[in-house]
Design a protein around this ligand. Structure first.
Ligand code: BGC
Length: 765
């Protein structure tokens, strides 16, 4: 009785706290609305238009002129200026403007700000949400300390065509994994509130479906059915928004014929009405102007009109809103209400970032400016090393070639072995190559004087002059790639000589970072020919050959797999990449990364992703034959499946048991396996849960990831891993876009990658 009373009291207290919470949130919202409305009421039309303009601050921009524009209320925010001494004078100018509306300062802090973490694919390969939260939090702390208020991240575009260069920025092909990471990134960027001095506002991008551009060609069109959008491509954006992302960046592509930038359905019906989003929307760079080339606007005036009516609040790198909105408002083609709504959302974002309370919340006081923004002591090297090594994926390890011994002679070769710029990957924010630990440096530090390291470049990134010129034309800290002018054969001979005198050869090969970047789409997924010639020559020495891959997309490395004794996928692993790679190569860290994206055998197989739709005549491995869905010139299926990755230890998975053969709606059941570390080393692995709807109202994927757990098992240890499955895990959008789970049979699969799984089935009643 007493127990019951106590329980009752607790329940009632809990519900009061919950009520208090909601009412506190409601009061805050009211206060924000009242503040914004009042300010809006005081603004002139020109001041309102000024708030919608987001201006890029390049080194060539006339600072004086910009400050005048800001003081006149003609700019709402900037991006690309990134230290307090740069941003303070602009905020001072805003404080001289009539209404003193603060500016915000944004930047592409994607995988680190000054300390660079692995690229998106590398982070995702960790399947480790704590590690990923570390990336977001550290990035926010660094960015905020340097006066930034906002980041254009996370990028949650699902990528199933690795020809697309921006595959590198995202978290792979899977909806569930990407959604989860997107959520973690938003929460860790924003902390408990985007108003905190060490938080930055997250702008999720690129809304929507940018990863599905036709042929992997950047900026191209997307034509997609609504169920595919709703089931596969939209959930990550939704997850980021539900996690509280303050804003959305709108994609450059069109969707079923309508550019995202002029897409009323996308921004008003879906984003604002269906999802209840009330943050700020920002166009991508120059995207409003591009409506003309998309062929939906005759001129700049029409482009501006389409964009604001469709729901673009801020115009990035704006000229058109500034130039055309006054006329459009005068003629009544754009209404006062439409303008006010956009301004409200910009002011609301500034309010949420805490800028009205203190415009200098992140800029700080001049006397506290640091003497050297790029001092090594300001980096978070431990965090970077920790995350980087968690994202490395061991693809092959024959005869336990790895880990290497710290003795004898190691030949280190390859164009990426000593490449500080490439360590950082693309979109490396304010990272400086001079801070990068290359593989050469990492190995040197790891072995000290215990072993000998002999280095030879072995080849250039590419022998193709046009490709070389293209990569160096990209707007990076030039020169992007350095060409060794010696003939390819001389470079190879030097490397072969180094290999012949060594006990083992480590070749660091793959892509330069510019090869996996915006607008860097590829027609092949191969390692460039000069590097393959190097691998061939190294193989011929007969020495054990370890390939360390650096790349921003899956590569088709079927041939390389035959040459190498071990392969470590390192993506672009960041400032501390070289140390992290050395940790894994020498076994100071046992690799635990798993692929977040399928590796096809060849570019001709694309699209190749694990969660493809079921079909009437599937190809069945081991049972080839005519009239099934197959390519006949090479083996079918992926080279490496989604979720795959080895360890220095081995794991076994017991048969799967379900707590029940039936599931009532509203109930849940448990799926359990025993996972055992059967090897001699402690190690982590990722236990993955997939579900397949056996017969539904429409064809459904062969399987879909629904949950996972990353676990650490000591050598010999066995643990039961249990997943809860509920109706929610079985829901999908049907052909009428109704979101529901359909009664019937489901297969459940659990395994350590998407292909080798244990299966059971149950029925949803
Ligand atoms: C990219 C965006 C980026 C923006 C600002 C554009 O080219 O598509 O992802 O946020 O530039 O740098």
């Amino acid at each position: 009785m007493k127990k019951l009373c106590l329980l009752g009291l607790l329940v009632s207290l809990a519900s009061q706290v919950a009520l208090a919470d909601t009412s506190a949130a409601a009061v805050q919202l009211q206060e924000k609305k009242a503040f914004v409305d009042k300010l809006l009421g005081q603004m002139t039309q020109d001041e309102k238009i000024g708030q919608l303009r987001l201006i890029s601050i390049g080194p060539e921009m006339p600072r004086e002129k910009i400050r005048e524009e800001i003081a006149a209320g003609r700019i709402g925010g900037t991006f690309n200026s990134r230290t307090a001494p740069e941003n303070r004078p602009m905020q001072d100018a805003a404080m001289r403007s009539r209404l003193k509306i603060p500016m915000f300062f944004a930047y592409d802090t994607i995988h680190g700000n000054r300390t660079i973490f692995p690229i998106g694919l590398g982070m995702a390969s960790s399947w480790d949400m704590q590690a990923i939260a570390k990336v977001g939090r550290t990035s926010a702390i660094e960015a905020a300390a340097d006066s930034l208020d906002m980041t254009f991240a996370p990028m949650v575009d699902i990528a199933r065509d690795p020809r697309w260069g921006r595959t590198s920025e995202g978290f792979g092909e899977d909806t569930y994994l990407t959604s989860k990471i997107g959520k973690v990134m938003v929460r860790s960027f924003q902390g408990s509130s985007p108003a905190n001095p060490d938080s930055i506002m997250a702008i999720v991008k690129h809304f929507a479906l940018y990863g599905a551009v036709e042929g992997g060609r950047d900026y191209n069109t997307v034509d997609m059915s609504l169920p595919k959008m709703y089931n596969d491509y939209l959930p990550p954006y939704r997850a980021a928004i539900d996690a509280g992302a303050g804003g959305v960046m709108v994609a450059l592509n069109s969707i079923n014929g309508v550019p995202a930038t002029s897409n009323t359905w996308l921004m008003n019906d879906l984003l604002r009405k269906e999802w209840g989003f009330n943050g700020v929307t920002i166009s991508d760079h120059g995207a409003i102007q591009e409506l003309i080339r998309h062929g939906v606007a005759r001129d700049g005036r029409e482009a501006a009109k389409l964009a604001i009516k469709a729901g673009i609040d801020m115009s990035m790198n704006d000229t058109l809103y500034g130039e055309e909105l006054p006329g459009l408002l005068k003629s009544g083609e754009v209404s006062q209400a439409e303008l006010d709504q956009a301004v409200r959302e910009v002011l609301g974002a500034k309010y949420d970032m805490g800028l009205f309370k203190d415009p200098y919340v992140r800029i700080g006081k001049a006397e506290n400016d640091v003497p050297d923004y790029y001092a090594d002591s300001r980096l978070h090297r431990d965090a970077a090393r920790d995350v980087a090594r968690r994202g490395l994926v061991l693809l092959e390890n024959r005869e336990q070639t790895l880990p290497l011994k710290k003795s004898g002679t190691i030949a280190l070769v390859g164009p990426l072995a000593d490449a500080p710029i490439d360590m950082m990957g693309s979109w490396a924010a304010d990272g400086k190559p001079v801070h990068s630990v290359t593989v050469r440096e990492g190995l040197r530090r790891a072995i000290g004087d215990k072993a000998q390291l002999v280095y030879a470049k072995g080849s250039n990134i590419t022998g193709d002059k046009a490709m070389f010129d293209y990569l160096n034309f990209l707007n990076f800290d030039a020169p992007e790639i350095v060409n060794d002018p010696r003939p390819a054969s001389v470079l190879i001979d030097e490397a072969v000589k180094a290999a012949q005198g060594a006990d083992v050869v480590v070749a660091v090969v793959g892509e330069s970072r510019g090869m996996s970047h915006e607008s860097s789409s590829r027609t092949t997924l191969e390692i460039p020919a000069v590097q393959r010639d190097l691998i061939k020559a190294l193989k011929a020495t007969g020495k054990p050959l370890v390939l360390v891959l650096m790349n921003g997309r899956p590569l088709s490395i079927g041939w390389e797999r035959e040459q190498a004794d071990a392969i470590l996928e390192t993506w672009f692993s960041g400032t501390e990449g070289g140390n992290a790679i050395a940790d894994v190569l020498f076994g100071d860290y046992n690799p635990s990364g798993k692929l977040p994206i399928t590796f096809p055998r060849s570019v001709g197989q694309i699209p190749m992703y694990y969660n493809h739709m079921r079909i009437g005549r599937p190809f069945t491995p081991g049972k080839p034959g005519n009239y099934t869905s197959q390519y006949f010139e090479e083996p079918n299926g992926p080279l490496y499946p989604f979720g795959y990755g080895l360890s220095y230890t081995d794991f076994s998975v017991s048969p799967l048991t379900l707590s029940s053969k039936t599931l009532k709606k509203g109930d849940s059941l448990q799926a359990s396996v025993k996972v055992k570390n059967t090897g001699k080393r402690d190690g982590e692995t990722v236990v993955q849960l997939y579900v397949q709807d056996v017969a539904a109202s429409m064809s459904r994927p062969v399987k879909e990831l629904k949950n996972f757990q990353k676990i650490l098992l000591k050598a010999g240890e066995e643990r039961t891993v249990t997943f809860r499955i509920s109706e929610d895990d079985l829901k999908f959008y049907n052909s009428q876009l109704k979101y529901a789970a359909e009664a019937g049979e489901f297969n459940v699969q659990v395994g350590l990658d998407s292909e080798s799984v244990q299966q059971q089935s149950f029925e949803l009643l």
